[in-house]
Design a protein around this ligand. Structure first.
Ligand code: ADP
Ligand code: ADP
Length: 233
């Protein structure tokens, strides 16, 4: 788990005769153990940046280094491996498999690697316990509340001990009490040394991070530390 380094990152989409410049030269670092919120108005490039960080897409130019690996120079197969083994995804809509139990959902990223033994099961149980779902291991997603489903997704995101957890509007479907519970889990994970990058449009959610990066028109607009005082307000 090393630093993520973004240098002069650009992304252009070509639509028929038109080129959309979604990112126009963005640079910043995410050191190990950081907790960054990415904000910005609609169309500012948040989703594009998230897709690049998640290795779902490649930059047009510039570099995105995950440790020593430059995403821009990788094959699609290598990107798929990094996605499934090095990055933890948490989505607004949980994206759980309805037919599988909590324990099985947490282990889903391991299926793709054919790694499923007693050790992996033990790790999944430990993660379920860490997010407060120890007594729900056999439940299906439909038997859980939204907050509990998001806890499953968080445990799943950690199963491969990822480089960072990438959370996309992770609390967008949750009420404020449940949002606080999920953010408390992120706080704890971060204090244990986990790197978290989240995209949110909610100020009070972003304030729980250590740092807020704001995009505007495909550029980095501001990059500010959230003070301890602001965090606790
Ligand atoms: P945000 O997530 O901040 O709303 P996006 O990254 O989705 O911003 O979009 C940035 C710009 O790129 C917008 O102008 C958007 O219309 C455009 N865009 C995003 N994705 C695509 C795409 N797949 N094809 C073409 N244009 C896109
Ligand atoms: P969000 O910002 O909520 O993540 P999206 O990424 O879906 O939303 O879309 C953001 C903007 O990018 C929208 O304006 C959308 O029209 C545009 N966009 C997304 N995908 C495409 C695409 N394939 N072609 C053109 N525009 C796109």
């Amino acid at each position: 788990r090393l630093a993520t380094s973004i240098r002069n990152l650009t992304k252009e989409y070509v639509l028929k005769s038109e080129t959309v410049r979604a990112l126009r030269g963005v640079s910043f670092d995410v050191p190990e153990g950081d907790y960054v919120a990415i904000m910005g108005p609609s169309g500012s490039g948040k989703s594009t940046l998230l897709n690049l960080l998640g290795c779902l897409d490649k930059p047009t130019s510039g570099s995105l280094m995950l440790g020593d690996d430059d995403i821009a120079s990788m094959t699609d197969d290598q990107l798929a491996d990094i996605r499934s083994q090095r990055i933890g995804f948490v989505f607004q809509s949980y994206n759980l498999i309805q037919q599988l139990s909590v324990l099985e959902n947490i282990q889903v990223p391991l299926y793709y690697q054919g790694r499923l033994g007693p050790k992996e099961r033990e790790r999944a149980v430990a993660l379920a316990t860490e997010v407060g779902l120890k007594d729900r291991l056999g439940h299906r997603p439909s038997q859980l509340s939204g907050g509990q489903q998001q806890r499953v997704a968080i445990a799943r995101s950690l199963i491969n001990d990822p480089f960072f957890v990438l959370a996309d509007e992770a609390t967008g479907n949750l009420d404020s009490v449940t949002t606080d519970e999920i953010l408390a889990i992120f706080d704890r994970l971060n204090s244990e040394g986990r790197t978290i990058i989240m995209v949110t449009h909610e100020d009070d959610v972003a304030m729980r991070a250590k740092r807020i990066v704001r995009l505007k028109d495909g550029l980095l607009h501001t990059d500010e530390v959230v003070t301890e005082q602001e965090r606790n307000e």
